[in-house]
Design a protein around this ligand. Structure first.
Ligand SMILES: Nc1nc2c(ncn2[C@@H]2O[C@H](COP(=O)(O)OP(=O)(O)OP(=O)(O)O)[C@@H](O)[C@H]2O)c(=O)[nH]1
Ligand SMILES: [Mg+2]
Length: 139
């Protein structure tokens, strides 16, 4: 299929970003989207989540993998943010796996994941992947 047609069908490019807390995920996304703004967060029903609310809700809003993160100046990209597997251990890993599986089942290409970015801070790049991460890549 013609790439321009695929682009038309996809509408917005959907990317899952995985990396431990403080890995620099949001910084990279800002750079990619060429903005200094904070992202806007939408739940899976498309309702905007108010990030001026309590800190605990803000944390949940920003790091719930189901939520969509969009920078206002660059709405062509939708990001799903996961804190990687250190933050929640096995349960976070299962959540990410389930999310990827459910997104791959959808018939509509616009709801599928178009890319997965795994962020590894360069000062940790020498660390080899753990068994669970290797398993993740083979799913
Ligand atoms: N030295 C250095 N610091 C960075 C780099 N990228 C980001 N930082 C800093 O690292 C801190 C965390 O960056 P974020 O982009 O918020 O990281 P994050 O992965 O989104 O963090 P969480 O959302 O909490 O999981 C910030 O203080 C950034 O300024 C980098 O390439 N080098
Ligand atoms: Mg972040």
């Amino acid at each position: 299929m013609d790439p321009a047609k695929i682009r038309e069908k996809i509408g917005r490019f959907r990317i899952l970003v995985i990396g431990r807390a403080n890995a620099g995920k949001t910084t990279i996304l800002r750079r990619v989207c060429n903005t200094r703004d904070d992202p806007e967060i939408y739940d899976s029903d498309g309702e905007q989540i108010d990030l001026t609310v309590l800190m605990a809700s803000r944390e949940r809003g920003l790091h719930d993998i189901e939520n969509e993160m969009v920078f206002k100046n660059n709405p062509g990209f939708i990001f799903h943010d996961s804190r990687g597997f250190e933050a929640g251990g096995a349960s976070e890993f299962e959540k990410v796996k389930a999310f990827i599986a459910s997104r791959s089942k959808g018939m509509k290409i616009k709801n599928q994941l178009h890319a997965i970015w795994y962020c590894i801070p360069m000062d940790e790049a020498h660390r080899s992947f753990t068994a669970s991460e290797v398993k993740f890549f083979s799913v």
